[in-house]
Design a protein around this ligand. Sequence first.
Ligand code: COA
Length: 313
Amino acid sequence: MRKIPLTLDIISTGKYIPSGTITNEDLEKLVDTSDEWIVSHTGIKTRHKAIGENTSDLAYKAAVNAIEKGKVDKETIDAIIVATITADFASPSMAAIVQARLGLNHRDITCFDVNAACTGFVYALQMATALLNTGPYRHILVIGAEVLTKILDYTDRNTCILFGDGAGAMIVRQGKEHQHAYFYTASEGDVEDVLSVKEILRMQGRRVFKFAINAVEKSINRLLELDGSRLDQITKIIPHQANYRIIDGVAELKKIPLNKFFLNLEQYGNTSAASIPIALDEYLQERSLHSGDKLMMIGFGAGLTWGGVVFTQ
Ligand code: COA
């Protein structure tokens, strides 16, 4: 692949977390597990559950939050991209539904969904950045939204403990020359159902674990190479929030201090395409971006897919 920096400016982020919760104690009543096992093997304590809401509701609410926080005139949004593997239905797209809910049906805007599972938000942001750098787009709304609880088997202790519902959103525009982003995205067709959703989510945990560590390591190496930077120049890494042990494993492998990673999976579990934008929103709430900051976002998941972006403010 050629090395082409694209300009990018993150105007605002937002999130929506549904109010229902599933604690480890709740799961102890459903499957043969324990809070101790879940925390020691994953780092997760709670996840959220949408009650009476579907993926488009979560996506819309995260979008409104990002629009309000960024004080963005929604009439200047020229495209909406939603990353999800739990769309309410196959068509219309979640992006088109969000367009309607935002009252933007009178405008000719580009709306589509992206299916790249837990790497979905990175893929969607890459599409948005490419559009911004080539087309007449002013603002693009990028959303990751999932109601994973509707595709979980609550008799399977290997999977049901890991995932939760949520949505995150980001509004982006073309950046100034120094605000640039390098993307690296990849996939390897999973013909052995290592991690798949064929109505219900199924997973070969050990294999996914190994794949994930390798994918994150490869993504970090590739992004540093593209950006021409060193790890110590990266302000924060926002990884897909799947499992504390995966991040800990990468940190150990690459000798990265654990506090270089932003982690919030304890509260939400794995929210697939929503995990990176939710985490980014919470990170930016703690600390806003300064000129010269470098953020890395890295995803990995079903497909199999993986990849990331390194963004310089
Ligand atoms: N509670 C209690 N015991 C459990 C359990 C649970 N929820 N899930 C599995 N176990 C048991 C297994 O049955 C097995 O028991 P056995 O030795 O008697 O057969 C034992 O724990 C070890 O199972 P194993 O699957 O080898 O555990 P692990 O250390 O690999 O941890 C995962 C399991 C799922 C936490 C881990 O493999 C993982 O995180 N994989 C990646 C998952 C992921 O992130 N997926 C999404 C990527 S986007």
